[in-house]
Design a protein around this ligand. Structure first.
Ligand SMILES: *Cc1c(COP(=O)(O)O)cnc(C)c1O
Length: 446
């Protein structure tokens, strides 16, 4: 058994494990699921998602809190439904996500609406649905939302997203809490913007928010950000009826294993060992308690990242002079994280192997050299037809998939105990051209 899988099972991080030499998700044999639904196939463990949600919920039991799942990490309706049933709220970044939440049975009054570029249509829709809070990212946006609320004779509840200007040690594309990032209102402007908001007839001041980045594996940046913001929160609380403080999301997860890093002591000594939920809670809860506000959290990756894998089948083995490639049926269009962020994903054979390993590149069929899942990876011998599981693909996997190279979107399935169900059909060729129309030229004369 791979160390990752052992360690993950002990830590309760996910429910993927070998049994009698076959990879299972909970009680479901993944080779059988791949046969039933085809590949590439995303498979999610409902048990893992709920387990993560409940651990976080329990770790915060001493606080008045609401976990608002960040929909953008994985927006499949079945997953939203699962979390809505468990009592979650949702952090949304578009009108489309609000629509999905409502379709999944989620409650708009538990939704926070983030994002730097909300459109008129999105604002109108969220006002009609009475979202819990618009998280405002600029003064221009505040003016615009007030204007629309006045026109519709509705009131918009808001929180300012504060940019605390702290360094989050993560990939630069997903660091959001420094002054050079496009997100949030600079600390020194916050008080003035609240003052303006308080005078706007159709604005209700409801909270204050921050989100410093994603895949953060230490508590220190969260603690630093809270420390930075706490005096300001105290001041604002004395002036306005603040109801909540949102600490955002960003908790990192484990993507690596000892096999890949070549260090047997990885779990004992790894400095990038992801923060456990209890470490995170222990670090922040004492400070948050002192705020005396309702606390919102917006985890995305933490809840779903380790709960999903992408199953893919080897199509061809190709050897050139210097290199060996396994060309698989999933591509960067299905899972873009390695190409976009240089991300590492553990890859394991669905049929367990104890054979000695050698280096191989695992690549997709897309016509881009960036279309790889692993380079120079130590893997047991692979053959055409073998099934592989790309681990920790539950967050920012399908959600970022595209049809690039005119490849139909993959299917998604959800496992619950010994049951598995399709939760998104694989696209068919007709889906690819849906919405495309023959040009009906119109002549416009000056
Ligand atoms: C993306 C995002 C999140 C979730 O980030 P994770 O790293 O997936 O937890 C939370 N809040 C906001 C405002 C976001 O943009």
């Amino acid at each position: 058994m791979h160390y990752l899988l052992i360690a993950a099972t002990i830590l309760g991080m996910h429910s993927f494990h070998y049994r009698d030499g076959r990879l299972y998700c909970e009680e479901v044999d993944l080779a059988k699921a791949a046969e039933a639904f085809g590949t590439p196939l995303y498979i999610y463990s409902a048990g893992t998602i709920l387990d993560h949600y409940q651990r976080l919920d329990q770790a915060l039991a001493g606080l008045d809190h609401l976990i608002c799942y960040a929909v953008k990490a994985n927006s499949n309706r079945a997953i939203l439904h699962l979390l809505a049933e468990a009592g979650a709220g949702f952090d949304i970044v578009s009108g489309g996500e609000l629509y999905r939440v409502i379709r999944a049975g989620g409650d708009a009054s538990k939704c926070t609406f983030a994002g730097v570029g909300k459109s008129r249509e999105e604002i109108e829709y969220a006002l009609e649905q009475q979202v819990y809070s618009f998280n405002i990212e600029s003064e221009a946006e505040l003016d615009y939302i007030n204007q629309i609320a006045v026109a519709k004779n509705l009131r918009a509840a808001i929180a300012l997203r504060v940019n605390p200007d702290v360094v989050a040690p993560t990939h630069k594309y997903i660091a959001t809490g420094q002054s050079e990032n496009k997100f949030g209102v600079p600390l020194d402007r916050v008080a003035t913007v609240y003052e303006r908001a308080a005078k706007m007839p159709n604005i209700i001041i409801r909270g204050i928010q921050m989100h410093i980045g994603s895949q953060i594996t230490e508590a220190a940046p969260f603690v630093a950000a809270i420390e930075t913001i706490t005096p300001l929160v105290g001041k604002l609380k004395s002036r306005y009826p603040l109801e909540f403080f949102s600490i955002g999301g960003g908790l990192g997860i484990a993507y690596e294993s000892s096999i890949a890093s070549g260090r047997a002591d990885w779990w004992a000594a790894n400095r990038s060992h992801p923060l456990t939920i209890s470490d995170y809670a222990n670090a922040i809860v004492p400070q948050l308690e002192k705020m005396g506000l309702r606390i919102l959290l917006e985890p995305g990756r933490l809840l779903v990242g380790n709960a999903g894998v992408l199953l893919t089948r080897v199509r061809y083995i190709k050897e050139t002079g210097q290199k060996k490639f396994a060309i698989v049926d999933a591509g960067m269009n299905d899972l873009i994280r390695p190409a976009l962020y240089g991300s590492y994903h553990e890859i394991v054979p669905v049929k367990e192997s104890h054979a000695s390993t050698s280096k191989i590149d695992i690549v997709g069929p897309v016509c881009e050299s960036g279309d790889f899942f692993a380079q120079e990876r130590d893997m047991p011998p692979l053959q055409a037809g073998d099934l592989l599981a790309i681990m920790s693909a539950g967050a920012y996997g399908f959600a970022m998939a595209s049809t690039y190279n005119s490849r139909p979107l993959p299917a998604e399935a959800l496992v619950r105990g010994d049951k598995v169900a399709l939760v998104r059909e694989r696209q068919v060729l007709e889906d690819l051209t849906r919405g495309e129309v023959d040009p009906k030229w119109q002549q416009r004369r000056p």
